[in-house]
Design a protein around this ligand. Structure first.
Ligand code: B1M
Length: 213
């Protein structure tokens, strides 16, 4: 049963059919599939295929936008269905997508899972200037600053965030975590970020490690 719903989810994203994507999301949740399983086994493979087709010129921007819209709608349903954690872990985290980058589907999943795990999250949105991360962290009393980026051209903003924090004498005040499709542990090490997360669940694990260390 779950296999056929994963296929429906994938097909809906490939077709850019928001209605079918919503149907698959609702059906999946109603049949008891864990929201992140539905995301990881259905919707994400679908949008990754769309990305590959776009990259190789077999699908064009208008279709990418339709698929993205279908993905956004499904993500709303999935995020709302993520169950809250048992324990509340005391941590305040600022999360956003860096300036120059409007990709925020992954970031919204990360925010939803962080909240579900009891973290206090300030979401500074997408295409967010560095000041919004830093001023946000200062006002919010954050422990951790998390940045997301999907474009190779905007990865440099994650390095700039490290530099701006150092310049402001704030680097030791916060832990930093980076994520996004082109981001790697190697990149995190290179720019001096405290942690890298491959996906939202890994993000939760890494945040807990940062809080202990
Ligand atoms: Co764009 N796009 N896009 N796009 N898009 C990519 C990223 C691309 C790889 C597609 C491709 O060519 N294969 C390519 C980038 C190439 C590159 O940089 N080398 C690309 C491009 C080129 C563009 C435009 C420039 C296209 C154009 O206009 N010509 C443009 C950029 C505009 C801009 O930002 N300035 C553009 C626009 C768009 C849409 C608006 C249409 C749409 C985004 C809609 C939205 O986000 N609201 C879109 C989409 C949907 C994609 C792809 C197909 C899918 C992204 C996605 O949502 N993935 C993408 C191809 C791909 O990534 N395979 C592509 C699903 C999501 C759940 O995964 O975001 O990786 P992800 O998040 C994961 C992990 O990375 C991690 O956890 C998440 C959950 O598991 N994670 C974190 C992410 N952030 C984290 C933070 C953390 C921890 C973990 O801690 C803080």
């Amino acid at each position: 049963m779950s296999e056929s719903i994963y296929k429906e989810a994938m097909a809906a994203i490939l077709k850019g059919d928001a209605e079918k994507a919503l149907d698959a999301a609702n059906k999946g949740i109603d049949t008891g599939i864990a929201p992140l399983d539905l995301m990881n086994n259905g919707f994400i493979p679908g949008i990754n295929q769309v990305g590959d087709l776009f990259e190789t010129g077999r699908l064009f921007l208008p279709q990418l936008v339709l698929s993205a819209t279908a993905m956004e709608k499904a993500t709303e349903i999935i995020n709302a269905a993520i169950p809250g954690g048992q324990e509340s872990v005391s941590a305040k985290i600022v999360v956003g997508t860096v300036e120059g980058d409007v990709h925020d589907i992954g970031k919204t999943i990360v925010v939803a899972l962080f909240k579900a795990n009891g973290f206090d999250v300030l979401d500074v949105g997408r295409d967010a200037p560095l000041e919004r991360f830093i001023d946000g962290a200062e006002k919010f009393g954050a422990d951790i600053i998390g940045s997301s980026t999907l474009l190779t051209t905007t990865m440099a903003m994650q390095k700039q965030l490290e530099d701006e924090l150092k310049k402001a004498g704030l680097r030791d005040k916060y832990k930093t975590i980076v994520g996004g499709a082109p981001v790697t542990q190697r990149w995190a090490d290179r720019i001096g970020a405290d942690a890298y997360a491959q996906d939202a669940s890994d993000g939760v694990r890494k945040i807990k490690e940062l809080l202990q260390g």
